[in-house]
Design a protein around this ligand. Structure first.
Ligand SMILES: [Zn+2]
Length: 264
């Protein structure tokens, strides 16, 4: 989604009407689940943003399965549903049924400062999902890039778009793969799908925007473009439309389960 706030490059002040969210509480929430499951491991990677120390979370579930998936959320700090969906998926242990087929890596909150301050950008006013081909990427992006040095078969990135009345997704896949439409088909029962021919200024078909694969067509790279260049054959950037938070969460959970089921 695009900012509703004034379009200043160094937007630092949180909206006064919104209480700060504590990223440390999110870490404790994830730590609690991981402590109860022998299949789960939590890595914490410290960094400092705007004078405060945060810990990136990297959760790894299972080991030795034939395929590897990366689930990520919160690269835009004001898009809560993805973060919440990954936490709920973890807390419900819904992932266990996939562990015979998938090793799962989760990055539940990629922009801790933005999460706490309810902003799309990080503490330096940078949109992290525009920085993956930057010559000096922000530390949050460098962290994701380090994770993407490992091989993955699938990447699911959870976002939200308050400007959209329904769910849609960006598909970055090898030619011939048509996973996006099959994921979207399973969303209809939870929330409307955005069936517009143009979404976010791009051509769409049935709620799916196909990302061009040639690097030259992007002046800036989102995470999915970088992942594709690293060899991930399929990335879906999932955008929950404007709706109550729990509806967005349920739609994201359905998309995760569908994608993992289809690709097993
Ligand atoms: Zn987003």
């Amino acid at each position: 989604m695009f900012l509703k706030q004034p379009d200043t490059p160094n937007f630092r002040s949180p909206p006064k009407s919104l209480a700060l969210r504590a990223h440390s509480l999110l870490v404790e929430r994830v730590r609690l689940v991981v402590s109860t499951d022998r299949e789960a491991r939590l890595g914490l990677h410290e960094f400092t943003a705007a004078g405060k120390t945060y810990k990136f979370m990297q959760v790894v579930l299972g080991s030795g399965a034939p395929r590897r998936v990366l689930l990520s959320a919160g690269i835009h700090g004001d898009e809560l549903a993805g973060v919440e969906a990954l936490c709920e998926w973890l807390e419900s242990h819904a992932y266990t049924k996939f562990l015979h087929r998938w090793d799962i890596t989760m990055l539940p909150c990629l922009n801790p400062w933005g999460y706490e301050h309810d902003t799309r950008e990080n503490g330096d006013g940078r949109d992290l999902n525009r920085e993956f081909n930057s010559s000096h990427p922000p530390q949050e992006v460098r962290f994701v890039q380090s994770v993407l040095q490992e091989p993955f078969d699938l990447s699911l990135e959870l976002h939200g778009d308050e400007d959209s009345a329904g769910y849609y997704l960006y598909e970055t896949v090898q030619p011939g793969a048509d996973i996006g439409h099959r994921v979207i088909e399973q969303i209809h029962t939870i929330m409307p799908v955005n069936l517009d021919a143009t979404i976010d200024g791009k051509s769409a078909n049935g709620g799916v925007i196909a990302r061009p694969l040639e690097p030259g067509t992007h002046s800036w790279w989102p995470m999915a473009r970088y992942g594709f260049a690293q060899g991930i054959p399929c990335s879906l950037t999932l955008e929950a439309g404007r709706s109550p938070l729990q509806m967005q969460v349920q739609a994201h959970l359905q998309a995760i389960e569908t994608a993992l089921g289809l690709c097993s």
